[in-house]
Design a protein around this ligand. Sequence first.
Ligand SMILES: CC(=O)N[C@H]1[C@@H](OP(=O)(O)OP(=O)(O)OC[C@H]2O[C@@H](n3ccc(=O)[nH]c3=O)[C@H](O)[C@@H]2O)O[C@H](CO)[C@@H](O)[C@@H]1O
Ligand SMILES: C=C(OP(=O)(O)O)C(=O)O
Length: 439
Amino acid sequence: MEKIIVSGGNRLQGTVQVEGAKNSVLPVIAASIMASEGKSTLTQVPELADVDTISEVLRYMNINVLRDETNLYIDASNELKTETPFEYVRKMRASVLVLGPLVARYGHAKVAMPGGCAIGSRPIDQHLKGLEAMGAEIHVGNGYVEAFAPDYLKGARIYMDFPSVGATENLIMAAALADGTTVIENCAREPEIVDLANYINQMGGKVVGAGTETIRIEGVKKLHGVEHAIIPDRIEAGTFMVAAAITEGDVTIEGAIPDHLRSLIAKMKEMNVEIEENDNNVRVIGPKTLKPVDVKTLPYPGFPTDLQAQLMALAIKANGTSVFTETVFENRFMHLEEFKRMNAKGKIEGRSAIISGPADLQGAEVAATDLRAAAALIITGLVAEGKTTVTELYHLDRGYVNFEGKLRSLGADVERVVEETDEIEQVTAEVKKSLAKAK
Ligand SMILES: CC(=O)N[C@H]1[C@@H](OP(=O)(O)OP(=O)(O)OC[C@H]2O[C@@H](n3ccc(=O)[nH]c3=O)[C@H](O)[C@@H]2O)O[C@H](CO)[C@@H](O)[C@@H]1O
Ligand SMILES: C=C(OP(=O)(O)O)C(=O)O
């Protein structure tokens, strides 16, 4: 098993480059399914486990997908399968994003139901309600969701119960090839939604209003492949901003778009962090003393749930009591128990976590509970006394490219090691070897 070992005490200094956004490239790759002509070339694609997983999904469907470092070449002009098996959804919930594009192009899709994950049940009722409004017949059973639209989808007016990111993306894609115009109200406004809309419009689609609470999509007959550059990952950028601040460092995050980070910048300034905004980067200088902060996670442009664990790490070092309220997911404070193993002080009350700082952080063995918690625990290890070991790194690799290497380039004492297999595993391996010889 792999683990990351980080030794506390080093200030981070220098420049780090942000990758393309995981939460943009996944829906964009899903949308490429709708290109019945031509090929798509996606650039600034992050080399993440989730990108490999969704690429496997597309190959299963008979789509040609080739990767060359941060470029992805997709040719969906073949006749495609309209089903995807559980094995992919098990690895990555975002596989459900192929539902909308498949129903839009073929009038049929059968996709394994995405289970929940550690942070919550994460149902897809909003996705299905919108597809039904566009005329799809939905069957759920045996762990699968199947959508039928033999006369293809029709434009509709859809009011979302709340601004679900994935549901907004699935419905934009479904509407792009529907017959007529669709209006989606109370939809998500994330920058990744705007990036998806831009890609679909480059393909020949007609999407207007992305980034606002109402999006209007005029269905077209067909879409074609295009070249598209993925926007920078605001969550990775924010993660490195916190890493700089917590170590009293001085780091420039190249590629960060300040306008995508307004809520984090505001909260970090409240905590006495110095932040310099430039067109294509953000410079962060961490203070000797941090002030506490109150944060409530909300749909964009509110404070992002994906930066909650990271800012909590910073609050653990602040002089005073901070309150974090998580309104997006029902179970996204599991990292607090791991922080407490490092001598952090905090407790959960309902949907809020109360953090009492500053803590005298001690290195410990901790386990990642989701991909953002993984990053937050490593960041906390940067300022703990002694060594911190972080396991369950498959979480981290879903959302960060070479996280420990980038931290090392900024001066951190951090390495990824492969844990020696334990005795039972070693004995098992030896027995297997002997049996093989005996045959
Ligand atoms: C690949 C990707 O882009 N992932 C992001 C996306 O996830 P995802 O698209 O899954 O997040 P949603 O915005 O859909 O979910 C927000 C909340 O709504 C609930 N919900 C969602 C859909 C639905 O039909 N019914 C329902 O109840 C979810 O369980 C969750 O509690 O947005 C989240 C919220 O910004 C981010 O944390 C994730 O990083
Ligand atoms: C929750 C996240 O991603 P996903 O929706 O892919 O699980 C995240 O990026 O923090």
